[in-house]
Design a protein around this ligand. Sequence first.
Ligand code: C2O
Ligand code: CU
Ligand code: CU
Length: 517
Amino acid sequence: MFAAAQAIAQHKHPQQIARPVLDPDTLAPFVDRLPIPEILQPTGLRPSPTSAGAKIPYYRLGLRAVESKIHRDVRPTRWWSTGPSTPGPTLEVQSGKPVLVEWANELPAAPHFLPVDHHLHGAEADQPGGRAIIHLHGGKVPPESDGYPENWYAPGKSATYFYPNDQDAALLWYHDHTMGMNRLNIFAGLFGLYVVRDAAEAALDLPRGKYEIPLALYDRTFDPEGQLNYPVSPVPDAPWIPEYFGNAVLVNGKLLPYLEVEPRKYRFRVLNAANARIFHLSLSNGGVLHQIGTDQGLLPAPVALKQLMLAPAERADLVVDFSEHAGEEIVLRNDFYRPVMQLRVGRGKAVDDSSLPAALRPVRRISEKEATKTRTLMLGEIDDLRGDTVTMLLDNKPWHAPISEKPVLGSTEIWNLMNVTDDVHPIHIHLVRFQILDRRRFDAFAYQNQGILRYFSDPEPPEAGEAGWKDTVRASPKMITRIIVPFTGYAGRYVWHCHILEHEDNEMMRPYEVVAG
Ligand code: C2O
Ligand code: CU
Ligand code: CU
């Protein structure tokens, strides 16, 4: 259903201008080793902004234009990154131990090298080139450190953010969030991983060290010279396209890489860092992916999957056991059996003292009775007379409309995401973690046009791999997706949005405000 919806979405939208592109099928597969982003060390200690006298680790990352190779036989590609290639360096922190991160904008001040659409809110022609701002996706952080989209800053400026890390072990990620430019800045490479560790996770003896491998997946298009090629619409001064899909899937910055593994258990921390693509991942030998965690940390128990679906910004924590596969070459593949990367299992016996526990971490299901407010929020789009998408809206409101979602700090709310479109919209709320209650088919036409609520099916519970703490949820087409959200942490202004970056940049993002109780 989701793959079909994505195909429909690709089909109904306007013709994109065809330019010559690099065809990954013409390249030798599996010739580059999978890179693992470096784990960044703090550059020193700085005074804590919250506890007088205390010093906490301080990191500095410069946002820069860099060149790195996606494949042995392709010339270096120009990227924007916080490190020598994409993704940038990984930050690894302990739950409860705060850090300071300075994000220094050292990008070129020249006009952007990708097609900016000056019609989009925030992307007007008089704004400086190279502006950026970094958000920690999934981070429970104070509002002034959240990377509010309008608070971007120009090259030469920097911002130091306070990350309390007062949250469970999970794979988070940092990425650009500049108003109206987000899809281009992330496409250019401005993102990286952020791992939160805690004692409960450590006690599980999951595969660790060199047996724990991050996999950041994202699709791109390159021109024959190996440079990033972001397609444009046929309208010359309005180049925005409704969704970006590329023909080349990168893993940690490489096209069709390989990874040598020992015949034992591995833990893979998977991130979908794509602009719009939903991945459906499987192993060529039919092997089982044991999903142990989701966006905001461990599931109550492992879930055995043959295929993993991951929408933009979602994360999955997996354990894969290669012990029965010594000497095999296994391919991780996406839709239509397209290869993504190769796993080369070594011969012989490996020592493996890691475990895949049957019970991971209890996740208390939040009762609907705990919610003091229910919001009904429509996910819609406006099409022009030809049926081409013009803009997408949350609750029928553009970005600059007055703030309408004002949850009280400490309260719990249910949000009914009424998706009347044909697309899956991965909806993300900053600051908080939430649980999925259910999804239910409804008469979207009657709802949108007559305000009548008619259900077409019974509610479906979340999939087993979604039944933990989430920060991004697939709002399925023509369905009501209900989530329950405890608003804890901080009062202040944040945002919620669709994580298809082309939608987010074109009004499918709203500010919201947590108000003190
Ligand atoms: Cu991945 Cu608003 O964020
Ligand atoms: Cu976020
Ligand atoms: Cu969307």
